[in-house]
Design a protein around this ligand. Structure first.
Ligand code: HDE
Length: 697
């Protein structure tokens, strides 16, 4: 009875037993349970009653406190980006930027700064799914020695709108419709496309949103972008424009649309789990931080405006300089305290970094601080551990709800002369090292009459949408056209579809025609363009498929076994997957496992019914004659193979598994192989297979 679990019983007044409570052993408690006032609780199972069957008593402060706190556990979710997953890590500088910025984190190569990064979807609520077609937020809080810098970006380098004043309209249109409360987490509905079709400035971002960028395979395989143009300021006070880019070490990787849909039913938390498990098992996700640096003369030479968030600067026009890396190496201890309560704000910048006049960015500078007050309930949210800077914070801001600090002395104003009388006088401003706003370019473009206008080049809504289109592979173009067809087919208002087609004609007639054909609609007249679009040279960097990394690192292979599976072959496949850096997941009809050819029971990592192949990057069907025969009437096994084929994944198999593959409609193409060729293929997708498995626009 010493160290083994020993169960005592908790007795009711009548002596009847109700629960089993471990007294000693692995589940021994760490201490005594108390109320929030520190009073030890003697019974956490029964509320106070007047007699065993009598009414509960109001006097029970333990019950009341517990229920009271529970009732208030939830806080308002974020108005956008409500569903997210976060992790701790660090940023390490690999190339000094001391010539262009005084920002402390960009000075000394090899130095690390702690970060907390949160990825999110945009439209869905906090409890929605992980894999809808949606933009992903990519927000990084750098806890620098000079204060917090938040780089609050997305996985797409441009945005839907140019001016902050349109943001509430954009968000209202894409969120669930106001009367019905649906659809959740998706843009495929009337109001979004109504708004988008009336706002041609959304066109470039729509191209990205309809591409595979919005259905990533993993949060570890997305790029991140600061989107806006920012400024660096150096020691001489000179300003350099900068755009920020995060490049995933694992390369870009996306799903195909049907796979994304199936992931939703297979695992609502697919991306959250993937990130958490990768970190938990020591496969720390990593990104390189790159910058595009340019001056005013370069900005003036471009045929688009660098203050317009619907435009990017192609890497081929201005190369990205890699200056550091971010590694996420620690999961949050508590989801609410950290991931939910983290409060990002693009206005959090450090000396050496400054804003540009991008009108979208300028609006964001107000919004984020403001929204935290309504979300976290108090102006003191910056004191929460996840938000608190890791450098000294000293000022005369005082009091407010949930004040955690206990300032000493009388000095709560500045200037004061209390120090002259031997009392603490508090901090003073620092003209030398303190944050100084860059004056910007003082010409008439930036200083002038008060006008509700936009700069001239902002009126070009189509040239970069066209650039995106011509930069994609054929397969990616087909995905874009098909996503437009899918989304617009969900729009009940036919004139909206038509209006959208009119806009797309300004991008390219080829795309507009394919979308129109996909809906069986005639091609309407071209929408009137506010400014005539022009051609830009294609940019390979904008394509995912042109930038895939053929690696198994960080990817999962599902190995289907059943009774009779060849033990030696299974071992060989498993080892080759793990040797290549992948994760081998054994799937069997029963979770307890299957009896292999050597007579031993091999435990499964997952049961077939609960582990559809959408969860894996490639599959290996490792069946014997008998095993295959047994699975020929198992729908989940047939679907497992059929989906892997349909999702363009490699399928490794034993010769004995042929009948199952045939039943699943597998055609033996380049991606369907025996064990000896499997590992090379497993790191790839077979896009050329796609026209044989589905109709694309
Ligand atoms: Fe945001 N955005 N946004 N946004 N945004 C929020 O702040 C807003 C925009 C982005 O993981 C909100 O704390 C306005 C662009 C991310 O906690 C809110 C405008 C980009 C996150 C808000 C924009 C973003 C947010 C909601 C137009 C990419 C999640 C909750 C002027 C560069 C951060 C919150 C996290 C969150 C406002 C446009 C990225 C309401 C007004 C452009 C990644 O303040």
């Amino acid at each position: 009875m010493d160290d083994k679990t020993h169960f005592d019983t908790v007795k009711g007044n009548g002596g009847e037993t109700h629960q089993q409570v471990p007294e000693k052993g692995p589940h021994t408690p760490d201490g005594h349970l108390t109320t929030n006032q520190g009073i030890r609780v003697s019974d956490n199972q029964n509320s106070l009653k007047s007699g065993a069957r009598g009414p509960s008593l109001l006097e029970d402060f333990i019950l009341r406190e517990k229920i009271f706190h529970f009732d208030h556990e939830r806080i308002p979710e974020r108005i956008v980006h409500a569903r997210g997953s976060g992790a701790h890590g660090y940023f390490e500088l690999t190339q000094s930027l001391s010539d262009v910025t005084t920002a402390d984190l960009f000075q000394r190569v090899g130095e690390k700064v702690p970060v907390f990064t949160r990825f999110s979807t945009v439209a869905g609520g906090a409890g929605s799914v992980d894999t809808p077609r949606d933009v992903r937020g990519f927000a990084v809080k750098f806890y620098t020695q000079e204060g917090n810098w938040d780089l609050v970006g997305n996985n797409i380098p441009v945005f839907f709108i140019q001016d902050a004043i349109k943001f509430p309209d954009l968000v209202h249109s894409v969120k669930m419709e106001a009367n019905s409360g649906y659809p959740q987490a998706g843009s495929a509905h009337d109001t979004f496309w109504d708004f988008a079709s009336l706002m041609p400035e959304t066109t470039h971002m729509l191209m990205w949103a309809m591409s595979d960028r919005t259905i990533p395979r993993s949060l570890r395989t997305i790029e991140g972008f600061g989107v806006h143009t920012f400024r660096f300021i150096n020691a001489k006070g000179q300003s350099t424009f900068v755009k920020f880019h995060w490049k995933p070490k694992l390369g870009l990787q996306s799903t195909v649309w049907e796979e994304a849909l199936k992931l939703q039913s297979a695992d609502n938390d697919y991306h959250r789990r993937d990130l958490y498990e990768a970190i938990d098992t020591g496969n720390f996700p990593e990104w390189e931080l790159g910058v595009q640096l340019f001056d005013q003369a370069f900005a003036d030479s471009l045929p688009y405006d660098v203050l317009d968030a619907t435009k990017l600067i192609p890497e081929e026009t201005l190369p990205i300089k890699i200056i550091g890396r971010m590694v996420l190496d620690r999961n949050p201890d508590n989801f609410f305290a950290e991931t939910e309560q983290v409060a990002y704000c693009p206005a959090n910048i450090v000396p050496g970094i400054d804003f540009s006049n991008d009108p979208l960015l300028q609006g964001r500078l107000f919004s984020y601080l403001d929204t935290q007050k309504s979300r976290l309930g108090t102006a003191n949210f910056h004191q929460l551990p996840i938000n608190a800077p890791k450098c000294p914070v000293m000022n005369f801001q005082r009091d407010g709800m949930m004040q955690m600090n206990v300032p000493k002395g009388r000095a709560n104003y500045e200037p004061n002369s209390l120090a002259e009388f031997g009392e603490p006088g508090g901090p003073r401003e620092c003209p030398v090292t303190g944050f100084k706003t860059d004056a910007g370019r003082a010409d008439q473009d930036e200083q002038g009459d008060k006008l509700r206008v936009r700069a001239e080049l902002f009126a070009d809504h189509y040239s970069q949408a066209r650039l995106f289109w011509i930069s994609q592979t054929e397969s990616e173009q087909a995905h874009i056209a098909s996503s437009f067809v899918f989304e617009l087919s969900k729009v009940g208002l036919a004139p909206v579809r038509e209006r959208m087609l009119g806009n797309l004609r300004n991008v390219t007639d080829e795309l507009a025609k394919r979308v129109a054909d996909g809906m069986n609609m005639p091609l309407p007249d071209k929408a009137k363009a506010a400014r005539a679009p022009f051609d830009l040279p294609a940019s390979d960097a904008l394509s995912i498929q042109k930038n895939l990394k053929p690696t198994l690192k960080g990817r999962a292979v599902g190995i289907l076994i059943a009774d009779g599976t060849d033990a030696a072959l299974l071992k060989q496949v498993k080892t080759s997957v793990t040797d290549a850096g992948g994760k081998a997941v054994i799937i069997a009809p029963k979770v307890g496992g299957a009896k292999l050819s050597d007579g031993k029971l091999m435990a499964a990592d997952a049961q077939l019914q609960g582990a559809p192949s959408a969860l894996f990057d490639a599959i290996f069907v490792c069946l014997s004659d008998d095993g295959c025969k047994a699975l020929m009437t198992e729908g989940a096994a047939i679907q497992f193979v059929m989906d892997a084929f349909g999702h363009l994944k490699a399928i490794g198999h034993t010769p004995q598994s042929h009948p199952l593959l045939d039943k699943a409609g597998v055609v033996h193409d380049d991606g369907v192989v025996f064990a000896e060729h499997f590992i090379d293929k497993a790191a790839q997708r077979f896009f050329e297979r796609e026209p044989n498995v589905r109709t694309l626009a």
